[in-house]
Design a protein around this ligand. Sequence first.
Ligand SMILES: Nc1ncnc2c1ncn2[C@@H]1O[C@H](COP(=O)(O)OP(=O)(O)OP(=O)(O)O)[C@@H](O)[C@H]1O
Length: 649
Amino acid sequence: MASAHPQATTKLGTGLSGVSLVKIGAGVGGKYGMATCARRRLWFYFYCAPMLRVQDDGMAGEPQRQRVEIITFDVRGGRGAATDPFKKPVFATPTTMGKLSFWKPLCSSASCLCKSKDKAPRDVVAGRNQSRARKPAALPEADEKSEVPAPIMTTLLLTAVAIVKRLGLSKVVSVGLKSAFPNITRPTDAQSTFIPAIVQGKDLILKGHPGSGKSFGLILALLSKYWTPLPQRRRSSPASLLLVPHRDLAYQYMHWIERIAATPDGLRYSTPVAQVIVRGSDEPSVHISRLRENPSNILIGTPQAILDVFQEDEHAINITNFRTIVIDEVDSIIDFIPADAYKARKQQLAAKMRRHPSAGKLLLDRIYTHRVGPVKSAIANGSPQLVACSATLQKGLRQQFYQNGWFRKGSGAIVKVWSEASAGKSRATETDGACAVPGEAVQHYALVFSEDGSVKDVHGVIEPKRQSQSDEEDAHGGRMMETWTDSELGVGELPEISSEFGERYSMTPSPFNPIVMEGVASIFATEVPKMALLVLPACAPVQRAIYDLRMLGVNAFGLDLLLSTTTDRRGAGAGGGGEAHGIKEEDNPRLLISTTATTRGLDLPDLSHVFVWGVGDVKVNTNTYVHLAGRVGRFRGGGKVISLLFQGE
Ligand SMILES: Nc1ncnc2c1ncn2[C@@H]1O[C@H](COP(=O)(O)OP(=O)(O)OP(=O)(O)O)[C@@H](O)[C@H]1O
């Protein structure tokens, strides 16, 4: 059968007494396709998915056999089409699907259904009064914009494999998860507690070790609650808001969502799954027009960027439509008074917070006016569910949530999930049904560089391999003596530094200590297999650091997921191996440069080393260190965290 549909690529079988089977494309977790019965002029749209064993924990196991769901069928010609889905799925292997015996009963049932519903003219169903030679109507032409032949393809996605009882994940999310992240087969112990709580609409405080799957679980829960690929009634405003501290984390979430809710090529959901609102991407007016034209299910943004939108147009986002508010890395979004601070310090901080409330606080006060204000009870209970999450959720911050009236009142109103198991260990065992997070231990070093070029690990925990490197350094007066010339480096050829900057930097002294820079360069050269991260203090000039490191021969880049996801969206991230969030995999190891303000929560699976520069700075406190160090030792294994200090700091 010659197909008019652009996606109809492979003909699987034909001539089975008029039944032609045309594969259309790969969908979420399986294949969807179309079969036509020329004689009866029937079109079947089916979804064909591997059967996934549903485990006790509700996650999908390994595929067993194939399940075919006839989603819908049409009778073509005459006065239009009759459509009615079969109630039960049928099971088949690809071989049986190619046999007439499989299609025959379906054709008969389809004809009966049409007759009983009397939706199609008799002659069309039976084909008696029609010319037998008449061919089935051509497949619908794809409209250039939607590329969706009717809402059928989206229906196909919805009816994919059934899994997931206990976690409360929706079918489509389970299937999307299995397809996009095949390595993720079980929830962690924390996920198996907090995902159901979110799905059930409870307020939640979530604290867990970096890399223990909090963010990933949050997105599964939000998608399960608010995303359906079926055409929906047009939303007036997004149903959920996910607040993040910086734009790269917003893009990381978006990247995960795009992978889980991936549409087959050319399809587009009638309602966008998510929209990102961060500063530095588009103007507020652009965000507003997107919100007006076709609001997404999930809004992801930084508090300041969302406030910018409100400032431009107060009605751009209808906050009464929000059903769930999630705040990731909450302690960097909401200011709080540490519970153990001295009284005078507490008063000082309280005064500061009154004078300059954080964007996060202003936004939450606006959303939770009902809980905050004098009118409580019924309205308050109707206000959106609130989920606060961080690896370092301190007592003072939790108190702040209660004091500000953002959380629901009443005992047992808040679910608290504490997962203190490190990414390298899990309290859960395999038999718990929860995932034991594999991982080697993370090694921590604090290297002190001196004016004379010597370097010491303050704990004296230097590995034998690194010891020999130190020996080599000593032989050269304590420093790697290798030097590079500008022409060998070809700084101008590297993408991120414009010649204007290059020229300027070459004329001005660097704010970075050259001895420490060289130390980073030599450790990077000898130890890093794929990717390392250098975290600078919040206000440090990243571009200058990139320039300095490139002058030392390091393949250095700014960590910018916005840039990498927009230029290359083929990233694999967790479970997919290889690339993460569109950061291209390449043979040459790379050193990503970020600041303490833009590093929290990021998941970079290829990362083996984190260099932290600025631990001497008071701003890198214990909590910040936990977050920075937490970029390694996640699900993917161990890693090294190397704090860089200069003597006297
Ligand atoms: N159940 C699971 N099984 C295997 N891998 C998982 C599972 N859940 C999440 N992951 C993977 O673990 C990695 C870390 O997840 P995530 O970023 O959600 O951790 P986190 O706890 O939010 O970390 P942080 O505190 O740094 O934000 C990701 O690559 C994610 O895909």
